[in-house]
Design a protein around this ligand. Structure first.
Ligand code: NG1
Ligand code: ZN
Length: 548
């Protein structure tokens, strides 16, 4: 009863905006920040309930990633540091849209009953809170706290301004008994980075560019953090631009660079040939690029697919060193199951390349929650969205095996090459964020692999040649009218539209095209690919007309 009145009382302070229906999309709730106070308050309640249910620490992140600065958003991190379980999304939708405190209370009571949530638990529920640099973040964080504390005994711990992956990492760390602070995060990344640098083969040839890297921080939290973090890194010389002096995500950031294929603000002809990278507004996406000489702000884009390919190549090489000659012996010749996960947005040339490498490639719908879940089925699963969001997951069982192999190798005189390969894989599992895609840890892994290979960004980019592609977005009355199947490669509704799309595709050699409703914006997205840019553009715009 104390619980009920507490909820009613606090909910009355956060009336929902009228006439808006919100849904927990690809990346939580996102909208104009002025609409979100009540939603964030309610997500605070949800996070506290999730903590009660799981007996673990939960995360709540306030960010709208690459969206314009006036937007904001909120998402929940589960105990593993991954996204909120999909089973709870309908509840999130329901409470976000409950019209008044009484209906909210009723939904919560029913849900708690269904989920067997006991309010007076043994340990108090705890939620770690984080936010990006958006000006609306502070007020929303306060709303989240009030949501959390409207569950009796619940604690909201403010981690301050952090990147999305930092918050997810901290949640994972806390639940594994590791200190959940920014300094422990930086410490883990920098020490595993150093370990990988020390394990570089000797006598690597330099191929073109040096260890200098210029990073576009999207005028968000990532640039700020990297500026601080870079002092802890040896063997790498990083210059960070767009650290927050300009407008967040305006003509800067990984989303802009990847979608528009142009250099971000603050980069120009003088940077031609340099190795450059771009983070998004909350630093969970990473793309590389180099400015083309004499071509104003045109770039060679090295996107998430190519980061994935580089990672896959490196991991595969370590695994084959480790397995070298093993098949002939009968002892411990375990072959790790390595898989890669992409979405329909992956460039067709990347998928071909990965398959030619002999890798198992799986497609899932857009949204990290789907890719992550798939990648977790492998011993080592690498996932990336073309936009640069991805990571490498190591299964617990495989890590155990690797650790014991590593120990055995250390104690025998047998080939130190194998022992180094095992050390490298273990270091990668420490460096690369196991909770979620992380631009900072991804960047360090790219850098160390390029040095290991002795590759310039050009050499890396030559792994395969992207097919020309075009992405468009179409504003429609109701984007939910588009329903897709087969990892979003086919539109099953509106009826007949897929046939019409097929007719357009048939006009272009190697043509590929699909449509899907965005989970973060009120648009239908169109993606097209063909052998020339003109053809990709024409295919995209003719299909966009079908959607309109
Ligand atoms: P939507 O708006 O559902 O396309 C976008 C990205 C996703 C993912 C989410 C979350 C594209 C085409 N879509 O989702 O890949 O990153 O944002 O940030 O890039
Ligand atoms: Zn992001």
């Amino acid at each position: 009863e104390k619980q009920q009145s507490l909820l009613l009382e606090s909910a009355a302070r956060f009336p929902p905006p009228k006439g808006v229906k919100l849904s927990y999309g690809t990346a939580g709730f996102r909208a104009d920040a002025s609409l979100l106070e009540s939603t964030v308050f309610r997500v605070g309640i949800l996070a506290a309930l999730r903590s009660l249910k799981t007996g673990s620490v939960i995360g709540l992140m306030i960010t709208a990633s690459h969206n314009q600065v006036s937007d904001n958003g909120v998402k929940v991190a589960d105990p593993s540091g991954g996204m909120l379980t999909q089973d709870w999304e309908p509840f999130a939708d329901a409470i976000a849209n409950a019209p008044d405190p009484h209906s909210l209370l009723q939904l919560i009571t029913e849900f708690a009953k269904e989920e067997d949530i006991v309010f007076e638990g043994r340990q108090p529920p705890e939620v770690l809170l984080g936010r990006d640099t958006r000006p609306s973040g502070e007020a929303l964080l306060d709303a989240a706290k009030q949501g959390i504390t409207s569950i009796v005994g619940a604690i909201g711990t403010d981690m301050g301004v952090v990147t999305t992956p930092q918050l997810h990492w901290m949640v994972r760390a806390r639940n594994r008994g590791i200190e959940a602070s920014e300094s422990s995060y930086f410490h883990q990344l920098s020490s595993s980075f150093r370990c990988l640098m020390d394990l570089k083969p000797e006598g690597i040839r330099k191929n073109g560019d040096d260890n200098a890297l210029v990073v576009d921080g999207a005028d968000g939290v990532g640039g700020e953090k990297l500026e601080h973090f870079k002092k802890m890194l040896t063997g790498l010389c990083i210059e960070v631009r767009n650290r927050g002096e300009g407008m967040l995500n305006e003509g800067v950031g990984a989303d802009y660079v990847q979608k528009e294929k142009v250099a971000p603000r603050g980069f120009g002809p003088a940077d031609a040939g340099l190795r450059c990278a771009s983070l998004d507004g909350d630093a969970d996406r990473l793309v590389y690029f180099s400015v083309i000489l004499n071509e104003s702000n045109k770039i060679e884009l090295v996107d998430g697919d190519k980061i994935l390919s580089l990672f896959a190549l490196f991991i595969k090489e370590q695994l084959s060193i480790l397995n070298d000659g093993e098949s002939k012996k009968d002892n411990d010749s375990y072959q790790a199951h390595l898989g890669v996960v992409q979405t329909a947005y992956a460039n067709g040339a990347s998928t071909d390349y990965l398959k030619e490498m002999g890798l198992e490639v799986v497609l899932t719908p857009t949204g990290v929650k789907y890719l992550h879940e798939k990648a977790a089925e492998f011993d080592i699963g690498i996932y990336f969205e073309a936009n640069g969001h991805g990571t490498i997951l190591f299964s617990e069982a495989y890590l155990c095996r690797l650790e014991s192999t590593h120990k055995t190798l250390l104690s025998t005189s047998e080939g130190s090459a194998k022992q180094k390969a095992a050390s490298r894989l273990l270091a990668v599992s420490q460096l690369i964020n196991q909770a979620v895609g992380d631009a900072l840890s991804g960047l360090l892994l790219v850098e160390v692999i390029l040095q290991y290979m002795g590759w310039s960004i050009c050499r890396w980019n030559e792994l395969y040649h992207d097919l020309p592609s075009r992405q468009l977005k179409v504003k429609v009355g109701d984007r939910t009218a588009v329903v897709t199947a087969n990892a979003e490669t086919v539109a099953v509704q509106p009826v007949g539209i897929q046939e019409a799309i097929n007719t357009e595709i048939a006009k272009y050699p190697r043509g590929r095209c699909f449509i899907r409703p965005s989970g973060t914006e009120d648009v239908v997205r169109v993606y097209a690919e063909a052998t020339t840019q003109d053809a990709a553009d024409a295919l995209a715009s003719s299909v966009a007309r079908l959607v309109d």
